[in-house]
Ligand binder design. Structure first.
Ligand SMILES: C[S@@+](CC[C@H](N)C(=O)[O-])C[C@H]1O[C@@H](n2cnc3c(N)ncnc32)[C@H](O)[C@@H]1O
Length: 256
């Protein structure tokens, strides 16, 4: 069995269904505290929304992302964006800081990501991240598993496109790569969605849907919606997803 489902991205639906992801990245940007003229790498930059904020703060930003389509959207915002797998970063001691929002949980070999980030940083450089953490979108994952179960498939056994880390395993990965961890936390962040959970599934779990034709896809998504309704739909009809975030700040020591 495949161990990881590959996620694909579409710039228009990302802007419509997932703009909140980058907007909610602003506190992580504050933790990074970018300084004027700093050279910063944004790993998994997506369509460049946050990279653009750093450029507006006077930083020199390089964004990398594995999605050609999102890199094109980031370039259209004026970001120096490059198609690159974060597991094979090619930079050497050239960044003051490496930033990443909502991207690390999509990556498979995090030891390679951490090693590449460590190499990319100058001594004393910082690595500031927020991503999905252990327990993230549990109700939605259960909804997806339920919908597969209704079709005679074991949703638990299916490969998932995400890996939601907890604090000890992240610390181990960071320290294994040579970082000194400055802060690390796991916290619940209930997240209002722009529509219902169907939009979330179609954007963030779209490759689960790839094997269905249009009609069956709609039925599948409706089953997820119905299953999630009691937990995620609010009294006023809006939807709030059960996000859990992992946020950390680490430093490449000056003296190894
Ligand atoms: C939810 S989006 C977040 C994008 C952006 N950081 C933001 O805050 O809007 C996750 C991004 O991670 C990228 N990504 C996933 N795996 C990757 C990898 N191995 N290398 C580079 N980018 C990756 C995806 O292409 C996608 O753009």
């Amino acid at each position: 069995m495949v161990s990881k489902l590959m996620q694909t991205w579409d710039a228009d639906s990302y802007a419509k269904e997932a703009r909140f992801v980058s907007e909610l990245g602003m506190p992580v940007l504050r933790l990074l505290a970018p300084k004027f003229h700093e050279r910063i790498l944004d790993v998994g930059c997506g369509d460049g929304y946050l990279a653009q904020q750093m450029i507006l703060m006077g930083c020199e930003v390089v964004g990398v992302d594995s999605s050609r389509e999102l890199v094109a959207a980031a370039k259209a915002r004026g970001v120096d964006a490059r198609v690159m797998n974060a597991e094979a970063l090619t930079f050497e001691s050239e960044f003051d800081a490496v930033f990443s929002n909502a991207a690390l949980h999509w990556m498979v070999h995090l030891d390679k990501v951490m090693a590449g980030v460590f190499r990319a940083l100058k001594a004393g450089g910082r690595f500031v991240v927020e991503c999905g953490g252990k327990g993230n979108v549990k109700a939605i994952r259960e909804g997806i598993e339920y919908a597969f179960g209704r079709r005679g498939l074991d949703g638990y056994a299916l490969p998932k496109p995400w890996h939601f880390l907890d604090v000890p395993e992240t610390k181990k990965l960071l320290e294994g790569a040579g970082f000194v961890v400055e802060s690390i936390e796991l916290f619940e962040r209930p997240t209002p969605l722009p529509g219902d959970v169907g939009g979330w599934v179609s954007t963030f779990a779209k490759d689960f849907l790839a094997s269905f034709d249009a009609e069956n896809r709609e039925d599948f998504v409706n089953d997820v919606i119905e299953h999630c309704k009691p937990k995620l739909m609010q009294a006023d009809g809006t939807w709030v997803a059960d996000y859990v975030r992992l946020r950390f700040s680490a430093e490449k020591p000056v003296m190894p």
